[in-house]
Ligand binder design. Structure first.
Ligand SMILES: Cc1cc2nc3c(=O)[nH]c(=O)nc-3n(C[C@H](O)[C@H](O)[C@H](O)COP(=O)(O)OP(=O)(O)OC[C@H]3O[C@@H](n4cnc5c(N)ncnc54)[C@H](O)[C@@H]3O)c2cc1C
Length: 400
């Protein structure tokens, strides 16, 4: 049996190894000069390959039941066993799993070594022009025509600045009649409305962030926020970003409220500021704040309350610091995103196999599907699970 896999990323390589182990002759068609370029960029080059706390609510999709089913068919334990079987030793950082080497290259290395061992053909620098079903599958490519019994489309999304992430997989899926949910960046920095961002650029501050769309507060995240010259970034911002982007896309008014002193409530913070002023009445408010916050930020915070008397100032400052309002006006481009929301509609694939309901012998895996996860190894786990399910199913190992 001949299997063609379009895309040599995390999902494509997992599908290739799985299908080859089940006895298929496998070719990976990759349009870049090498496979796994995005994998090398993951986790700041360290590759957070999965998470011990995988739960369906870490994922968003229009068909969450399909996501749950796939994650149950190839679990975190299966993933850890799989990589252990390839000789990869891992480490656990609060449930976030990394290669012990803390190098994404190690993960790619073991996958490529196994691909080599199994005789998987990695056909790089190959562009797919069209896919036709004429009895068998016929793939017209820049390297000639390939025939196959099964095709797995694992071409990823448009996220990242890597040249391979051009979204061309969506066009291939569409050409085969598959519906694509609108694709937008998720896990992406957010652009704020304000004249002071250049002044706080470069700061990192602990904050609890609340997302508010059309006056309704929805999600909260806590962690280190990166303050940038356009707005905000960092893990807690990424975690909220897909909801913020979706709401802005629906033309809602979206605001982030940053609690920049999460360890004290507003009254206690007010008390602390009053006490600090009493102890050093000769200091102005900017100097008082210098004992707590980074200098660049103190200037902005003091300016925001500079019309007030010393009596009113502690309350106003505490209120401001506990609920710093950042109205949003957009999000950064795909090249700054880690994943995309939207993609191939999961209602048109079979939940047990990820096989197309429109064409026999056509499968999908990875981020090209309408699934996005939060930060923490969830997106790679989806790539491993969906790759393994599609890889096994295309050889007849998983059936409906
Ligand atoms: C900077 C960054 C950091 C990240 N860090 C993490 C992390 O630590 N943990 C985590 O879980 N997730 C992380 N992610 C997300 C994760 O990398 C992706 O969700 C995952 O790689 C998706 O796997 P995939 O195989 O579906 O797509 P990809 O890994 O993008 O692979 C798709 C492959 O298909 C190729 N391709 C595309 N179109 C075609 C075509 N038409 N013909 C042939 N080949 C094609 C591409 O060149 C690419 O090699 C990160 C993403 C980024 C950008």
């Amino acid at each position: 049996m001949e299997v063609m896999i379009i895309g040599g990323g995390a999902a494509g390589l997992m599908a290739a190894v799985t299908a080859a182990r089940a006895g298929a002759r496998v070719t990976v068609l990759e349009h870049q000069s090498a496979c796994g370029k995005k994998l090398l960029a993951t986790g700041n080059g360290r590759c957070n390959l999965t998470n011990m706390k995988i739960a369906p609510d870490a994922y968003r999709s229009h068909a969450p039941e399909v996501v749950s089913q796939v994650l149950r068919r190839f679990t975190v334990k299966d993933t850890l066993d799989f990589f252990r079987g390839l000789g990869l030793y891992t480490r656990d950082k609060d449930g976030w799993i990394y290669p012990y080497s803390m190098q994404a290259r190690t993960v790619l290395h073991v996958l490529l070594a196994e691909a080599g061992h199994l005789g998987i053909r990695l056909q790089t620098q190959t562009t797919i022009q069209k896919i036709l079903k004429q009895g068998r599958w016929r793939l017209h490519t820049s390297a000639g025509i390939y025939e196959a019994d099964a095709v797995i489309v694992a071409a990823g999304s448009k996220a990242s600045n890597l040249p391979g992430a051009d979204g061309s997989g969506y066009a291939l899926a569409r050409s085969l009649g598959h519906k694509i949910w609108p694709v937008l960046p998720a896990l992406v920095p957010l652009v704020g409305e304000g004249d002071y961002f250049k002044q706080w650029a470069g700061l990192r501050m602990e904050a609890r962030i609340t997302l508010c769309a059309d006056g309704r507060e929805s999600r909260r995240e806590i962690g280190e926020v990166q303050l940038t010259d356009y707005g905000v970034s960092g893990i807690p911002v990424f975690q909220l970003s897909r909801y913020a982007v979706e709401a802005m896309h629906q033309k809602k008014q979206v605001v982030l409220f940053l609690d920049l002193f999460p360890s004290l409530d507003a009254r206690s913070l007010e008390g602390l500021l009053r006490e600090m002023k009493q102890q050093a009445p000769h200091r102005d408010w900017q100097e008082i704040l210098l004992g707590i916050f980074p200098e660049k930020f103190c200037r902005i915070a003091a300016r925001h309350t500079d019309k007030m008397s010393d009596t009113d100032r502690p309350r106003a400052l505490a209120k401001k610091l506990k609920r710093w309002k950042v109205p949003l006006k957009g999000w950064q481009d795909y090249i700054y995103a880690q994943v995309c929301m939207g993609g191939v509609d999961l209602q048109q694939v079979r939940s047990r196999t990820l096989g197309s309901k429109l064409h026999r012998g056509l499968y999908f895996a990875g981020e090209i599907l309408d699934v996005d996860g939060t930060c923490g190894g969830y997106n790679l786990q989806w790539a491993w699970s969906s790759g393994a399910v599609a890889g096994r199913a295309c050889t007849g190992q998983f059936t409906e």
